[in-house]
Design a protein around this ligand. Structure first.
Ligand SMILES: [Zn+2]
Length: 92
């Protein structure tokens, strides 16, 4: 499973494999950064042409945080939330 995440600086990185390793440039081994999801998607497409198009990692629709690999989340009205961030939980 491969997914893109936007980091605090506003740039994007790609995480891939069972351990969610950050993708590195195969030529120089440096962590690959992108200015947009589209750019990350094109780069990944060239590297792994057989992979499906890269998607952004799912994140909480309320607080915007990405979910960690072992973190639990829930869906509500077709969006993803931390269990404590679903609208019902916040209103109570
Ligand atoms: Zn949240």
């Amino acid at each position: 499973m491969t997914e893109a995440r936007r980091i605090k600086s506003g740039k994007w990185r790609i995480y891939s494999g069972p351990e969610s390793d950050v993708a590195r440039d195969p030529q120089n081994g440096a962590v690959a950064y992108f200015t947009s999801l589209d750019e990350a998607r094109r780069w990944w497409q060239r590297l792994q042409p057989d992979d499906p198009p890269l998607k952004e990692a799912i994140k909480c629709a309320w607080c915007g945080a990405y979910f960690g690999r072992k973190m639990s989340y829930t869906t509500y009205a077709g969006r993803y939330y931390h269990p404590q961030h679903i609208p019902q939980a916040r209103n109570s």
